[in-house]
Design a protein around this ligand. Sequence first.
Ligand SMILES: Nc1ncnc2c1ncn2[C@@H]1O[C@H](COP(=O)(O)OP(=O)(O)O)[C@@H](O)[C@H]1O
Ligand SMILES: O=C(CO)[C@@H](O)[C@H](O)COP(=O)(O)O
Length: 502
Amino acid sequence: MNEYVLGVDLGTSAVKVSAMNRDGEIVAQQSYDYPLIQSRPGYSEQNPEDWVSGTTVAIVRLILNDHIKPAEIAGISFSGQMHGLVLLDENNQVLRPAILWNDTRTTKQCEEITAKLGDEFIDITKNKPLEGFTLPKMLWVKENEPSIWAKAKTFLLPKDYVRYRMTGQLGMDYSDATGTVLLDVKAGQWSQAICDAFDIPMSMCPPLMRSIDSAGKISDSYAIFSGLDTHTEVFGGAADNAAGAVGAGILSPNMVLSSIGTSGVVLKYEEDPTVDYHGVLQFEDHAIPDSYYSMGVTLAAGYSLNWFKRTFAQDESFNDMVASAGKSTVGANGLLYTPYIVGERAPYADADIRGSFTGVDGTHQKSDFVRAVLEGIIFSFRDIMDIYDEHNGDFDTVVAIGGGAKSELWLQIQADIFNKKVVSLTNEQGPGMGAAMMAAVGLGWFKDFQECAEKFVHFGKAYLPNPENAKKYEQLHKIYAQVYEQTKGISEQLLDYRRAND
Ligand SMILES: Nc1ncnc2c1ncn2[C@@H]1O[C@H](COP(=O)(O)OP(=O)(O)O)[C@@H](O)[C@H]1O
Ligand SMILES: O=C(CO)[C@@H](O)[C@H](O)COP(=O)(O)O
């Protein structure tokens, strides 16, 4: 009998479910899109029911269209978009749409957290309170929707809600729990001090589990709903970036991950939990037991490109639009783009900054604009690489994943801007692969992630930096790095104008 694991990658734009065999081969894959609700500037929400139905449709299609037999699915695990707040009442019913990682309405609550706990907050959580994280979202609901808050009995993150609907068991894994900024990272427990400071009952925090721990089996009701079998074991899973790192084989400190999804992430495996990035980078528990990772997040990476296409290139295919950047030059003929179009997280934690094109010239063509967008996103990644260099982060290889890694041109731009070797994966499945690997390790198919990676992770083509281009990009990055400070005040004034005229 064949045996499979399912990796559920619960992203921001879609859920992708991959079925993998014991040899780490993807035997089938299905995905389902769901909408983002953006009712006001800075707001970003999703309906948790859309995640459940999307995941279920993808699983049903694996069973019906791809003929994966339910009895052959040994385990399921998850990669989840991080930080999104799902509030449940006493009957575990969803109380309001989930407030997502890219929702930036909580600047006031972040300031309150800093004013109350200052550096103690960073000591406990290893992170600064930033708009995207879960605790500020909870405080926002408490302040702005008191009747909903009064009914809230539990909070979960996106993939935890889907797991709950599959098993009937509430839980959250450590890697995602770090991203709530309610976890005492050293103690590996929910922080009593933070809950007390903000009057959050500890009972709202779900039981903690490891990514490779079993949450139970598929419940009778979900088996009827989805066609799955009740013998299938459901594992904790991880935050999408932890899962992406596992799926990309980032299992040692000499490799760095570069991920272009809706957001962009530069991530490093960390052995030393005392390394101090002063909260400029996020510091999280890894999916690999007893290890950590740090990362810097560009809020609008792939999102920048989607925005550009939607606004200026609707009639072109994605591939054609991205390929057109090849008609431009290194440095887009002197055009610079900063990707701060929904605010930024790292290295500038600033919800009010906005993006810019600088150097627009009468001779510029659309291809220059596309190139500038591709380059601007990678310049923002380079900002994070420079922080690692400052902390002697000795790494020689960058593994590129996410939808952005589909473009060879963009992979070469990454190699040239980072001035490092960039490697792609033969089957670009970063987070979904990591999720499946968690089920495979949880089931005991492999003794650890290292052994599993030998079977599941395959590096593809390597992109080496072109020295001439790297030199030009070095110069351009220095110019790019000035744009944030120069446009900060202007962005604030324009946002005030928008708010006043909304
Ligand atoms: N052919 C392509 N070339 C380069 N980038 C692409 C291509 N297709 C999609 N993308 C980028 O990949 C992003 C989606 O990546 P994905 O990893 O699927 O995101 P998420 O998990 O956030 O939904 C899109 O925002 C888009 O900008
Ligand atoms: O907020 C973060 C990480 O802190 C994001 O990385 C989200 O986890 C969403 O990821 P994608 O949908 O872009 O993969």
